[in-house]
Design a protein around this ligand. Structure first.
Ligand code: BES
Ligand code: MN
Ligand code: ZN
Length: 506
């Protein structure tokens, strides 16, 4: 599949493409509004819309072949729902995604579409263009690189039309928004591809190499530590998780420096378990294959850094990704083993399947020690408990810092990577104390709340730095029903959020 966007000026009625696309708000007798269109392309339009019960209901997409005319072969109507309540940009995103999927279904290779009134969504036209492109690219993605037979090929040229798109100063601004959208959409899809690649196709060194390539192409600082260095530096968490695997672990650090003076420095940290078998505390076979997604946090951080190198936010950003495989073997970490982390703290590994917090402990400690940080955001497919409580539509947010939490919420709601807050309070913190070490890597049973106790564990490694932990266990893979995702596939969650956050840092 491949989708390309461009801007065109003029009236939809006079432009040429396979299809003309009309975003419409819901109203009775909607056919009345399309007299000119009916006259030019489909005399029975009003009656057909009535027959199909199409009033512009939200997420409804209707395709009608043209009866006359020379420019267009199809008319596509996309409903936005009633305008008498506040429409959210998410509803527009879903409509665009549905249109892109429908175009593929009808083998429509070019369309020209209007933009709905940006005021309906409380944003401006540039933002609407950016969102159209991001979500169009996301809707177009599929993971088919290992299918050797005949593939579904669908090419779509999507022209966004506006009456005033011939004014040079507007065109420049809108084209820039389109280009930014393409960068973000492609980065989300790159992340999804890394998530979808199984661990025999994407080992720690493979993802580290991709990170190095991005850094080289975009002039980011890049440091990659191998397993000997990780051990030598005293990263007992990362080394301990990797101990059972044949593949060496890696620790990737990417640095973006702004030219803005006195800028804050923010760290993005992503969990990078290329495959999580559970280790000696092995997982059940059912659905274990999905644990190829356990590097979704790292993949999101690395892709976001690549885009941010181009978009140049006015903050310094450090991206950190500990990469390892969690496998059982004669050399694997055993339940009861005690590991020592980079910051000197120790933990009893009661369950080798609670490995994410072990690799993050070292990465967070390293970030705090080597940079003067104003904030840390980490993303991790950390707990089944989080996936159980929130399901696939919200990532869990854990923090004791109200301003940073508010900022992340804002970026989440604007970007479409939605978050929901879960508790991180003193009462839970005792759950991760151990008898034989500073910490225990699983929460004591009576505290339950496994997503919260995991966050409590991580908190021991962030010092005093304002910190938000995002648990993406439920949102990184296999999100149902949304027209811009695919079932049994990675979502690229976090990429849009991190970019939005960095570009609008306060
Ligand atoms: N990677 C898993 C969490 C996970 C589960 C992600 C399901 C996506 C879907 C993590 O490493 C893990 O195994 N967590 C354990 C922790 C437990 C042993 C305390 C869990 O949630 O069961
Ligand atoms: Mn695990
Ligand atoms: Zn894991």
């Amino acid at each position: 599949m491949s989708i390309k966007f461009n801007l065109v000026s003029g009236d939809l009625l006079s432009l040429s493409a396979d299809a003309g696309l009309f975003f419409v708000t819901e109203q009775e007798d909607i056919g009345q509004d399309f007299g000119d269109l009916a006259q030019a392309y489909l005399p029975k339009l009003a009656q057909l819309l009535l027959d199909q019960k199409f009033k512009g209901q939200r997420h409804k997409v209707l395709v009608l072949p043209c009866a006359t005319g020379t420019n267009l072969k199809y008319l596509i109507f996309a409903g936005l729902g009633k305008a008498d309540r506040k429409l959210t940009i998410e509803e527009y995103r879903r409509s665009v995604a549905k249109v892109v999927r429908t175009a593929a279904h009808y083998n429509i290779n070019s369309l020209v579409g209007n933009l709905p009134d940006a005021d309906l969504f409380g944003c401006d036209t540039a933002e609407l263009i950016k969102q159209t492109v991001i979500i169009g690219l996301m809707a177009d993605y599929s993971f088919d690189q290992f299918i050797t037979g005949e593939k579904l090929v669908h090419e779509l040229a999507y022209a966004i039309a506006g009456a005033n798109f011939d004014k040079p100063e507007l065109v420049q601004k809108y084209q820039a928004a389109l280009d930014v959208g393409a960068k973000i959409g492609n980065a989300v899809n790159q992340t999804r591809n890394w998530v979808n690649l199984p661990s025999n196709k994407l080992a720690p060194h493979d993802l580290a190499n991709f990170a190095a390539e991005i850094a080289k192409a975009k002039n980011l600082g890049c440091t990659i530590f191998g397993e000997p260095e990780v051990k030598q530096m005293g990263m007992g968490g990362l080394a301990g998780v990797s101990a059972g695997a044949a593949a060496d672990c890696k620790f990737v650090i990417l640095e973006y420096k702004t030219t803005a003076p006195n800028a804050p420095t923010v760290a993005f940290v992503g969990k990078g378990i290329m495959f999580d078998s559970g280790g000696l505390s092995i997982k059940p076979a059912l659905n274990m294959e999905q644990m190829k997604d356990d590097m979704s946090g790292a993949a999101a951080v690395i892709s976001a850094m690549g885009v941010l190198a181009d978009l140049k936010p006015k903050i310094n950003i450090i991206g950190l990704a500990p990469l390892a495989e969690n496998l059982p073997s004669g050399t694997a970490t055993k339940p009861g083993d005690i590991v020592t982390f980079y910051n000197g703290k120790t933990a009893e590994v009661k369950n080798t399947d609670a490995e994410g917090r072990l690799v993050l402990a070292d990465a967070l400690s390293y970030a705090v020690k080597h940079y003067k940080l104003d904030a840390i955001i980490d993303l991790a497919t950390l707990t089944g408990a989080c996936a159980y409580s929130l399901g696939p539509f919200f990532s869990g947010l854990f923090s004791e810092h109200e301003e940073l939490t508010a900022q992340v919420f804002k970026a989440a709601n604007k970007s479409g990577d939605f978050v929901w807050r879960l508790p991180l309070t003193d009462d839970y913190k005792v759950a991760v104390k151990a008898k034989v070490a500073d910490l225990c890597n699983i929460g004591a049973k009576q505290y339950q709340a496994g997503a919260t106790t995991a966050a409590c564990f991580l908190q021991h490694f962030v010092g005093d730095v304002p910190w938000v932990h995002l648990d993406i266990a439920g949102t990184a893979f296999g999100v149902p029903d949304l027209p811009y995702y695919r079932s049994e596939s990675g979502t690229g969650v976090g990429v849009r959020l991190l970019i939005e956050l960095a570009m609008n840092w306060q």
